[in-house]
Design a protein. Structure first.
Length: 214
């Protein structure tokens, strides 16, 4: 049983995925770091399409911290109730907005440490905001990135945070943000959670799960 990919194999897998999938700026619609933060908080257990539908309507009415705060938890809930976990998301967005106004002069903070102090913000959300709103090299690990990177054998970890740190070691820093999206696209289109299309997968010759099954 093969347990680890060689550096050359990792390089080949990254190149194949990079060439196979388009560059994605983000799946979410936003026009400011604050809007992006809200969209990413809403995206937990909710499709990007649904989030974009919600935020199109919400941001047309309220898009700044002051305007969202003026809606209050109940008012915000009316806009986001088609999202999963909408009650806790509404509470978290209002609490995070108060903190942004009180502690960060109304601006979304641009460090991991500060972002993690905001209610409803974990490392995945913070990494997406740091990458897209502030151009920092990060690799956000969502359910697809976690599943796919561990199946391929890029990393061998038991949770998303350990996966994030392991991916940062194995991938060139210039590829971190890019590979977040390429791994998501590969997970959505080929390496699905329940029935991965291994025979059609362009990296099956290198994938540890596939090779160890054969
Ligand atoms: S070979 Fe199968 S398990 Fe491996 S990356 Fe491709 S689809 Fe996923």
């Amino acid at each position: 049983m093969k347990k680890k990919l060689t550096k050359q194999e990792v390089h080949t897998i990254v190149s194949l995925l990079d060439n196979a999938y388009e560059d994605v700026a983000t799946f979410l619609h936003y026009s400011s770091p604050y809007e992006l933060l809200i969209a990413v908080i809403l995206s937990a257990q909710c499709t990007d399409i649904r989030v974009n539908q919600i935020t199109t309507e919400l941001f047309a009415h309220a898009s700044t911290p002051q305007q969202i705060l003026a809606l209050g938890t109940e008012g915000l809930t009316q806009y986001i109730k088609s999202a999963g976990l909408f009650r806790s998301k509404s509470k978290n967005i209002i609490a995070a907005t108060e903190m942004i106004l009180d502690r960060f002069d109304g601006e979304v903070p641009n460090t991991m440490e500060q972002l993690l102090t905001l209610p409803g913000v974990g490392r995945k959300t913070a990494n997406v905001v740091l990458s897209h709103a502030f151009g920092q090299d990060t690799i956000a690990v969502d359910t697809h990135v976690f599943r796919v990177s561990n199946r391929i054998g890029l990393v061998c970890e038991k949770d998303p945070i350990a996966t994030e740190f392991a991916l940062m070691k194995v991938l060139d820093q210039s590829m971190w943000s890019k590979m977040h999206y390429k791994l998501i696209l590969h997970g959505r289109r080929v390496c699905a959670a329940r029935s991965p299309k291994c025979e059609d997968c362009l990296i099956h010759a290198y994938c540890l799960t596939y090779r160890n099954k054969k």
